[in-house]
Design a protein around this ligand. Structure first.
Ligand code: FAD
Length: 455
């Protein structure tokens, strides 16, 4: 195997490409858009008008649901000038050490790291897991760290509701309830997979801190990879077909027909199934088409001032008995971004937040209104009268956030497919971690698989 085609220039495609190119493979990346980064992009708002912004969001299953002031005014009055916004809420699991281990040799990312806080009726608890709780949880944490993949696989079909009923008491119960929801981006504990949650928790516990945010926005994570790969990327060239003959990819159809020894897809599962042509095992296609993603309502808020104690912290919340799927709604409000002066004008503070819902709920007005109310009531608990300090607030629903939800009904596809020379990477695959972590860990794992097959 010498010549490798990578479909998609998001984080997973870029990292897989860079690792393999460094190994001596001839790698070419095809990206359908004129920009890299996929779902992990940072947008310089000075460079976009409203129409362009809306069109960019729609490419990623998002829109502007509501803003104050209205979106037209935000753009006409230049209120977004000087801001750099990620596609939606983005906080990365694990700290600087974890990310830089993956990126080793392709530039370094400086991360703002934090511990998690938890919003209560009368303020907040920081850190959410102080030393005394962590010591209390130590036996379970050690058991988790020492448990192998076989145990995780046995726990894949077990819903978190069952696990919580068995092991969750007091603070442990709350910890499992909130962590499993934000790890899975799913509110319904009956659907969240215990194995998937524990795999991701394991990865988080390895990091130097539970969550972090890249200085300069998400694009700084892939900037080094993009410059390493610059001569190997075809931008604005969608792959239209992956043709399979005799259980091998015989050609990749983009601007013209291309032949490669191996093909790596980083696409969303349903997008991959649409371009696979030829003799594909029916069960495989059926599974790809059955996989479901996650949804949320994301929010960006620009403040004139913030309470100094909040700066740099990230807050979890659960709103109880809301009546949506799962009954409770979990989410986060992140004040790490307001420490990064590259993301907003000097005298402004950027805060990001999200509330979880299903992809279907993310299209319903009644649900979105409820989620806006939830985000605002939690902001109010942190900063009473927060609207007095607000320059603008922007609400963006997303109905395909994570590639595949970590639920018991989703059978994530492994990196090795039933087609001999076709491989997968990305957050749709059976690799550990949440979102960006999953995308990066899949690329690292696939690199090891391909390297081993060469030895
Ligand atoms: C609003 C939002 C908020 C999120 N928040 C978080 C968060 O807080 N933390 C976190 O860890 N993750 C978060 N995520 C998820 C995270 O962004 C993704 O997990 C990660 O970026 C996935 O990277 P990827 O390389 O697997 O896939 P993608 O980024 O989707 O890359 C796939 C690439 O393939 C390209 N492509 C598609 N079809 C074709 C084709 N036919 N030919 C060529 N190219 C093609 C696409 O344009 C894209 O660039 C969020 C996602 C969204 C949308």
């Amino acid at each position: 195997m010498k010549r490798i085609c990578i479909i998609g220039g998001g984080i997973s495609g870029l990292l897989a490409g860079a690792l393999l190119a460094r190994e001596g493979y001839e790698v070419e990346i095809f990206e359908r858009k004129k920009r890299l980064g996929g779902r992990a992009i940072s947008m310089k708002m000075d460079e976009l008008n409203l129409e362009e912004y809306r069109s960019l969001l729609s490419n990623f299953n998002m829109n502007i649901y509501h803003s104050e002031p209205e979106a037209e005014i935000l753009f006409e009055k230049g209120l977004l000038k000087g801001y750099k916004l990620d596609l939606g809420f983005h906080v990365i699991g694990g700290g600087e050490r974890a990310i830089n281990e993956w990126l080793s040799g392709f530039g370094k990312v400086r991360m703002i790291e934090t511990k998690l806080a938890y919003i209560k009726e009368d303020g907040y608890e920081y850190p959410f897991l102080p030393l005394k709780d962590r010591i209390g949880f130590l036996p379970q944490i050690l058991k988790l760290l020492l448990s192998g993949e076989k145990t995780m696989e046995e726990l894949d079909p077990v819903p978190m509701s069952e696990t919580i009923e068995r092991y969750g008491k007091g603070k442990m119960k709350l910890t499992l309830e909130v962590f499993s929801r934000v790890i899975a981006t799913v509110n319904d504990l009956n659907r969240i997979s215990t194995g998937e949650t524990l795999r991701s928790l394991k990865l988080l516990l390895r990091g130097s801190s539970p969550v972090s945010y890249p200085r300069g926005g998400l694009e700084s994570i892939y900037a080094g990879l993009a410059s390493f790969m610059k001569n190997k990327i075809h931008l604005g060239k969608p792959v239209r077909e992956i043709v399979v003959e005799d259980n091998r990819v015989s050609k990749v159809v983009a601007d013209r027909d291309h032949e490669f020894d191996a093909v790596i897809s980083s696409l969303l599962a349903e997008d991959l199934s649409k371009i696979l042509k030829g003799d594909i095992p029916k069960d495989y296609l059926k599974n790809l088409n059955s996989l479901t993603g996650t949804g949320s309502l994301c929010a960006y808020v620009s403040f004139r001032k913030i309470e100094p104690d909040l700066a740099g912290k990230t807050f979890l919340f659960i709103e109880r008995d809301v009546g949506l799927e799962g009954n409770d709604v979990a989410g986060m409000i992140d004040f790490m971004t307001c420490l990064d002066r590259e993301l907003s004008p000097r005298d402004r503070y950027l805060v990001q937040a999200y509330a979880i819902c299903t992809p279907e709920e993310a299209r319903k007005k009644k649900v979105l209104d409820k989620l806006m109310e939830i985000i605002e009531s939690n902001l109010e608990k942190l900063m009473p009268g927060f609207k007095t300090y607000t320059n603008w607030i922007l609400y963006l629903p997303v109905w395909h956030l994570d590639g595949v939800a970590k639920t018991i009904e989703n059978k994530k596809p492994p990196l090795i497919t039933p087609i001999e020379n076709l491989y997968l990477v990305g957050d749709c695959t059976k690799a550990p971690g949440i979102g960006v972590n999953c995308a990066m860990s899949s690329a690292k794992l696939l690199h090891e698989i391909i390297k081993k097959s060469k030895d």
